[in-house]
Design a protein around this ligand. Structure first.
Ligand SMILES: Nc1ncnc2c1ncn2[C@@H]1O[C@H](COP(=O)(O)OP(=O)(O)OP(=O)(O)O)[C@@H](O)[C@H]1O
Ligand SMILES: [Mg+2]
Length: 291
């Protein structure tokens, strides 16, 4: 049975503080009545327009923000419980859009070691964790560099390595690839795929539909509420919902819908380049075109 890692019940959050009893107007809330469970090993993408509440929701997952109303539990620990903060922060690692804000030390290797060192792990385990994090992110050759001389993509990989060294059960990425060039973006995404393949829970907020389509489950936020929660194929087949929420299709599905006259497949099932090219080849073969 899948273990419940994150449980959110009737979560309301307002950035307006000090006047919480006066918060009658629903527009005062960045999150309005969120109910959500995420199980261990899932990859969940959170999408929605600017200001829909994605970052606010993600910040609730490691107690950077606390509910105004309702509750958030991480591995059974309520985020309001200050004595659980350390456990919560070490089980949910968060990477933001701008990596500079997270870099603390002057050497890549030390940066990766910084978090677990502060947790007080043994020297042997520290070395192992740092090696593994550098290896999985491909940063080993840059271990002695100063983080300030890394490229943006390498800084983002460093932010991920630093989080991984903390051994979190869940990796939360808030638009972590949005400023990266295509190759760096693919590096980050392939690292995420690798980690997810090894059993890590992944929660990503993104505006990129191709990225969202890689998740097993997509949650659409609109004005602080969950408007949709199911798999990518289901979402991308809902034309009206997509148009109401001003969401696009992943590129392969866009091409597939342009090729409707040729392909029998539902574009919502063609979410990757491989799926699209396989469908085109099959169709051409059926029509007697030889490769
Ligand atoms: N620090 C803050 N103080 C006050 N209001 C905030 C703060 N941060 C966000 N908000 C408001 O909360 C709402 C949700 O913002 P949030 O940053 O969660 O949206 P988002 O979905 O992450 O948007 P984006 O796609 O632009 O990153 C918005 O109305 C925003 O203006
Ligand atoms: Mg955001």
């Amino acid at each position: 049975m899948l273990m419940e890692l994150i449980r959110i019940e009737n979560l309301y959050f307002s950035y307006k503080t000090g006047t919480q009893t006066l918060l009658e107007d629903i527009s005062d809330f960045a999150l309005c009545g969120i109910d959500l469970k995420i199980h261990s090993g899932e990859w969940v993408a959170i999408i929605g327009a600017n200001g829909s509440g994605k970052s606010t929701l993600l910040k609730q997952l490691n107690a950077l923000l606390l509910p105004t109303k309702g509750d958030v539990w991480i591995s059974g620990h309520n985020t309001r419980d200050i004595t659980s903060l350390r456990q919560i922060r070490s089980s949910v690692g968060m990477v933001f859009q701008v990596p500079d804000t997270q870099i603390i030390t002057t050497v890549v290797e030390e940066e990766v070691a910084f978090g677990p060192e502060n947790l007080g792990v043994s020297e042997k385990e520290l070395r192992e964790r740092v090696e593994r994090a550098l290896e999985i992110t491909g940063l080993s050759p840059l271990r002695n560099r100063s983080p300030q001389y890394l490229s943006e993509g390498q800084k983002q990989l460093l932010a991920i390595a630093s989080i991984l060294a903390m051994n979190p059960g869940c990796l939360v990425l808030d638009e972590a690839t949005s400023m990266l060039d295509p190759r760096s973006r693919e590096n980050v995404l392939s690292t995420v795929r690798k980690l997810h393949g090894e059993g890590m829970t992944v929660v990503t907020a993104t505006h990129n539909m191709d990225e969202a389509a890689q998740a097993q489950r997509i949650i659409v936020l609109s004005e602080g509420r969950i408007e949709f929660d199911a798999g990518p194929t289901e979402l991308f087949s809902k034309e009206k919902l997509l148009s109401d929420l001003k969401l696009g299709l992943p590129y392969p599905a866009k091409i597939a819908s342009r090729l409707k006259y040729l392909l029998e497949n539902d574009p919502a099932t063609l979410l990757t380049i491989n799926a699209l090219s396989d469908a085109i080849v099959m169709t051409l073969q059926k029509r007697g075109v030889k490769g």
